[in-house]
Structure formats: C-alpha cells, structure tokens
Write a protein that binds this ligand. Structure first.
Ligand SMILES: [Mg+2]
Length: 231
C-alpha cells in the first residue's frame, strides 16, 4: 500500500495575491455589521486569521463582540469580498496552477487548506482562478483565532478522509513564520515560500525545512514531496 500524502496550503501570499481586496472587504463588513468606520491600516494580515483580526479591530474600536455579532460578520465578509475581489488585480503566482493540478491528479495526494481566511472567502479567492475544486477539505480563519489550532483541525479532517490507522506524510506550504509554526504543530514538513512579505531568511529562522523563492519549479517540488516524475 502506498503512503497517503497530505499537502496543506496557505492561500494569501502563497498561492495568490488579491491586491488589498481582503482588507477592503473587512473594512466594509465591520462598518455594515458593527458601524465601525476603520480603514484598518494598522492590521498586518500576513499570517493572521480572520477571527483574530476581528478581535483586534474590536479592541481598537472599544467594541464588544458577541457570538451573534461574530456570526453576522462572517456572513457579511464573504458578501463584501465577492465584490472587492473583482475590483483590483488578483494575481495567481507562477507555477501554482501546474503544481495544484499535478498534485490533484495524483491518487495518493490529499490537498487541503490551512488558511486564516473564513471558508467562503477562501473559496472566493481560489475560484478567481478556478482552483477551489481541487481542495477537498481544510480548516479556516473563522474556526479559531490561532493558526496552530486551525492546522490541528485540518489535520484531523485529513485523517477522517483516510482509512483508520493510516499514517500519512504531511507537508504544509506557506509564506509566513505563522505557517511554519502551524506545520510544526501537526508534525508536517514545513515549506516556506518567499512570495509574501517574508523573505527567505525569516522563513528559515522560523524553522522551515525548505524555503523556495517561488512555486515555479513544479518538478523540484513534486520530487521533494516524494512524488515520482510520472506523477
Ligand atoms: Mg499567507
């Protein structure tokens, strides 16, 4: 029996860039739901989770978040993103489409998301490039404020897809030290990609097992993940 391989991906800065659409959607959604006018320029989204960002904004605004307020916000956010995502220039990074399509075609590969995005937001961003159907499962930024816990949820969901007692190999590809920490927490090999705001050195210092400048070299990445050239 071959070993299943779980390949987890972060989205923003790793696969694609949406040119501020996420920030604009966030800003509009907090105004619609809570009445807070805030351009949230003080928020660093790289490596963050949507739930944690919402809590940080609430603190700055001196507002209180209730369960129902959080729920309303996470209904509004994807509705706003559906508009803002089409206002700017979204970019799919070099090599991403080939890598995802090659992995998705491999019977031993299970592609998952470990992202700070709320789930529908994650799907909206991927669907800009037709990539969302390739990710069968994942865990998302509305589920927990801590990316490490999001990674644990995604890892559980991977195991639920596999026969009992299966021990998959796991890889996580991401562009921030938070992704590297999340990989560590679930015993995944951490692959840093320097296509976001963090450079090679920062990702190495965070403990990445491998750092790539881009995802352009599909053959090299597939080989590192343990897939043969025929994959
Ligand atoms: Mg990222």
């Amino acid at each position: 029996m071959t070993t299943p391989i779980g390949v987890f991906f972060d989205i923003d800065g790793t696969l694609l860039h949406v040119d501020g659409a996420g920030r604009r959607a966030f800003s509009r959604a907090i105004e619609t739901v809570f009445g807070w006018q805030d351009t949230i320029e003080y928020i660093q989204f790289a490596g963050a989770t949507d739930l944690d960002v919402l809590h940080r904004i609430a603190k700055v605004q001196g507002g209180t978040l209730t369960e129902s307020g959080i729920r309303k916000f996470f209904d509004q956010l994807p509705a706003e993103l559906a508009n803002t995502a089409h206002e700017g220039d979204a970019t799919l990074f070099s090599g991403v489409r080939e890598l995802i399509e090659r992995l998705a075609a491999h019977p031993d590969a299970h592609l998952g998301l470990i992202t700070g995005n709320e789930e529908r937001c994650a799907r909206i961003k991927l669907s800009l490039f037709g990539l969302d159907p390739h990710f069968a499962f994942g865990a998302y930024g509305h589920e927990h404020g801590d990316r490490i816990e999001i990674a644990r949820l995604a890892d559980q969901r991977l195991l639920e897809l596999l026969p009992p007692d299966t021990r998959p190999r796991r890889y996580l590809l991401g562009d921030t030290p938070s992704d590297i920490a999340a990989a560590r927490a679930i015993d995944a090999t951490a692959i840093g990609v320097a296509t976001g705001v963090f450079g090679r050195q920062a990702l190495l210092e965070a403990g990445a097992d491998l750092v790539l400048d881009t995802l352009a070299n599909t053959g090299e990445i597939l080989a590192f993940l343990g897939f043969s050239h025929s994959a």
